[in-house]
Design a protein around this ligand. Structure first.
Ligand code: NAD
Ligand code: 89V
Length: 344
């Protein structure tokens, strides 16, 4: 099968990881890049030896010559760029957060469905090695039926130096980081029927909330807590680890700091190391995220080649995005929010 040719839009902070990962993906390569900022276009173009460079996405689509597009811009441009891809019948990957509103996200899913092209959200956290290890342990049946979970990301890491826009939005931690944690909760314990949330802003230098606690009622009857913070000053900084606790009818799973995975079942406890690999282009502490970028981009390439549905398709991600919207609604109203009603 011929190698798939991709085009990447948005050559910013995170796209560097995506470009490195595309070099390692089997079966696809990037043939064109686009950024409206000439400095970013030059920097990434030179670093990755790209000949085809565009300041305007419309001009790049008009020239064509690629089989899919990887949209790595920030959220404001996602809807227009996904709809542009659909209008050219080009399969699209879109960075998280998928859109600024759930109605935009639904419109993007509808546009790609009408065009008959796949759409995947670059929701990479569920592809992290430790998260996949927890899922595999649960699926092995070792702890029986899970009835309770906690998905926790608490850090004091300075995310604002690399991503200054995170300090400027009315919304911060749920939309940027909690979106990953909520997706992990769905991935591990299944879809959510309703939720309740509380938020706080601790850091006075930012606009949005930097602490959130969300109580989820899963459709299978399990209860879980998603708690996220960028205001937690810990003795050993855990960024960017998601810690997980699961209690089941026959045992328990604990993913603790340092990627330590403990599975306690009827036959006793096993402890293993669920650390991610340090890829040649990766650097600590980001290597956990960087490895998952390669994993999701390989998954996209494999599904595009065999026509299968991706794990984080646009349609799937609407259910994660609905949790983000519902969490903000619940924090504002202090009420329980029904996810079925949010998704309607
Ligand atoms: P950034 O601001 O550093 O980069 C975005 C780039 O897109 C900029 O260079 C900008 O000029 C360009 N751009 C924006 N609109 C454009 C348009 N219409 N046409 C062409 N170029 C355009 O942002 P970033 O930190 O790289 O974040 C990008 C996305 O990646 C965000 O949605 C963010 O949430 C996500 N992100 C994901 C992770 C993760 O682990 N999954 C980590 C960091 C960032
Ligand atoms: O994954 C992200 O979207 C990043 C970070 C991990 C820093 O929150 O913005």
């Amino acid at each position: 099968m011929a190698e798939l040719r991709g085009a990447l839009i948005g050559c910013g902070f995170f796209a560097i990881n995506q470009m490195h990962a595309w070099r390692d993906v089997q079966g696809a390569r990037i043939v064109a890049i686009c950024d409206r900022d000439p400095e970013r276009l030059k920097l990434v173009g030179d670093q990755f030896g790209m000949e085809r460079r565009y300041a305007d996405a419309a001009a790049m689509f008009a020239d064509g010559g690629f089989d899919f597009v990887d949209i790595a811009t920030t959220v404001a441009s996602h809807r227009a760029l996904v709809e542009m891809a659909a209008s050219y019948k080009i399969p699209a990957i879109c960075q998280k957060p998928f859109a600024t509103t759930l109605s935009d996200a639904k419109a993007m899913v509808a546009a790609c469905a009408e065009a008959g092209v796949p759409l995947m959200v670059h929701e990479n956290f569920r592809w992290q090695t430790p998260i996949q290890a927890v899922k595999a342990a649960l699926q092995s049946g070792a702890i029986g039926e899970p009835f309770w979970g906690r998905f926790s990301f608490r850090s004091g890491y300075d995310v604002f130096s690399g991503q200054p826009y995170l300090a400027e939005g009315e919304r911060f931690i749920i939309e940027d980081l909690g979106i990953h944690t909520l997706d992990i909760a769905r991935f591990i314990l299944g879809d959510v029927a309703s939720l309740t949330a509380r938020t706080k802003r601790v850091n006075p230098k930012i606009k949005g909330e930097d602490v959130a606690t969300i109580l989820l009622d899963h459709e299978n009857g399990a209860t879980s807590i998603v708690d996220v913070s960028y205001a937690s000053k810990l003795a050993t900084e855990p960024f960017p680890e998601t810690l997980i606790e699961l209690d089941g009818t026959k045992g328990s799973i604990r993913l603790s700091q340092g990627y330590r995975l403990e599975v306690n079942g009827p036959d006793g406890a096993t402890v293993s190391d669920a650390s991610p690999q340090l890829l040649s282009w990766a650097s600590r502490p980001w290597h956990n995220i960087q490895e998952s970028v390669l994993a999701i981009q390989q998954h996209w390439t494999d599904r595009l080649a065999d026509g299968g549905e991706t794990s984080t398709s646009g349609a799937d991600n609407l259910k994660t995005f609905a949790l983000v919207e519902a969490a903000y609604e619940s924090a504002a109203s202090r009420r329980v929010v029904d996810i079925g009603a949010t998704l309607k």
